[in-house]
Design a protein around this ligand. Structure first.
Ligand code: BEZ
Length: 325
């Protein structure tokens, strides 16, 4: 006589469970603060995903390294403790040496070509190695623009970098660039930079216009050399254990929506790069040295390629690709 109510419960649960199981709020970590273009695009991505999934999916962002630095977030993705993250290509080079090729000095000399590299089949192939190397699925690349030198005191030649402590995003390939001039690269996560600069612990930074503006680094390092010495990419990642729980249809939907917002991020950086430089020109006290090209750095490309070209064939492949543009 208990059968009927029990059956009713089972049937009710049976009907309710699949619908409930499909609803999901994905947790997405980033190192950048809420004002940053990446964060705004993640908010927009959450809206698109809600709309396209009829309200089943949404994304909650954890900005400013709240969940730890990028290396900690990568570990959380690997175990499934974190669902998604937008991480720098620099961080991924520790596990995926091929990605170091994207940081080759003077691989491209403008942001439009940086976008073309990030959208290339060659760059896409590197993403295909992520599940095995990192336990994550790399859905797409985006970017933060080109990197410039931001210095406390001006320099007249690359040789003047000798002995200077320059903050870099942790990544061996970026360290190599500065070490080749006798500088002391100081790997440090983004949220730690401002205080180190204010305390005089570092002499300069390897940085992009968006971050220079957002974090007002010029208050303590007012000399900007427009070097465009490497491009700075980002990868939109999904935890592989989380990916494994999704249906084919949901994977396709999430991939499509993520790709759309990666593309928008790239397009925003491409169209806004010049305006950002122009806005920095208006800030009192900043000295900008424009068009500091590859020649300023002597034979750095040959030297860097000799070291990193031995570690990954993508250095030569990406140089060939860019030569074909
Ligand atoms: C950095 O480490 O310099 C960085 C990381 C993410 C976004 C922008 C800059």
């Amino acid at each position: 006589m208990f059968l009927k109510p029990m059956m009713a419960t089972v049937v009710a649960l049976g009907l309710a469970l699949p619908a409930m199981a499909q609803e999901r709020e994905f947790r997405l970590g980033l190192i950048t603060p809420p004002v940053h273009v990446w964060n705004k695009e993640v908010d927009a991505m959450s809206e698109t995903l809600k709309e396209r999934s009829d309200g089943r999916f949404s994304i909650t962002a954890f900005p400013s390294g709240q969940l730890g630095n990028e290396s900690a977030m990568l570990q959380q993705l690997q175990t499934g403790a974190l669902d998604m993250a937008w991480l720098t290509t620099a961080e991924l080079t520790f596990r995926v040496p091929d990605m170091a090729a994207l940081h080759a000095p003077f691989l491209v000399d403008n942001i439009e070509d940086a976008a073309r590299v990030l959208r290339s089949d060659e760059a896409r192939e590197i993403l295909d190695t992520l599940p095995a190397a990192t336990g994550t699925v790399g859905v797409c690349y985006a970017m933060i623009g080109m990197r410039q030198m931001v210095l406390r005191e001006n320099i007249d030649s690359a040789a003047d970098l000798a002995g200077k402590r320059i903050r870099i995003t942790p990544a061996p390939a970026i360290s190599t660039f500065f070490e080749m001039f006798g500088a002391a690269p100081a790997p440090m996560p983004l949220p730690a930079i401002y205080d180190s600069l204010a305390n005089g612990q570092i002499d300069g930074l390897d940085m992009d216009y968006e971050s220079i503006i957002n974090f007002r680094y010029y208050e303590h390092a007012p000399h900007i050399l427009e070097t465009n010495h490497h491009m700075f990419g980002m990868v939109a990642l999904i935890s592989a254990p989380v990916w494994a729980t999704l249906s084919e249809e949901d994977r396709a939907l999430i991939s499509e929506v993520t790709q759309m917002h990666c593309d928008r991020t790239i397009d925003r950086f491409v169209t806004e790069e010049d305006k950002k430089l122009a806005s920095l020109r208006e800030v009192a006290g900043i000295q900008i040295t424009e068009d500091v090209g590859q020649d300023f750095f002597g034979d750095i490309v040959e030297r860097w390629d000799a070291e990193w070209g031995a570690k990954t064939s993508y250095v030569a492949r990406l140089r060939e690709l860019v030569a074909s543009f």
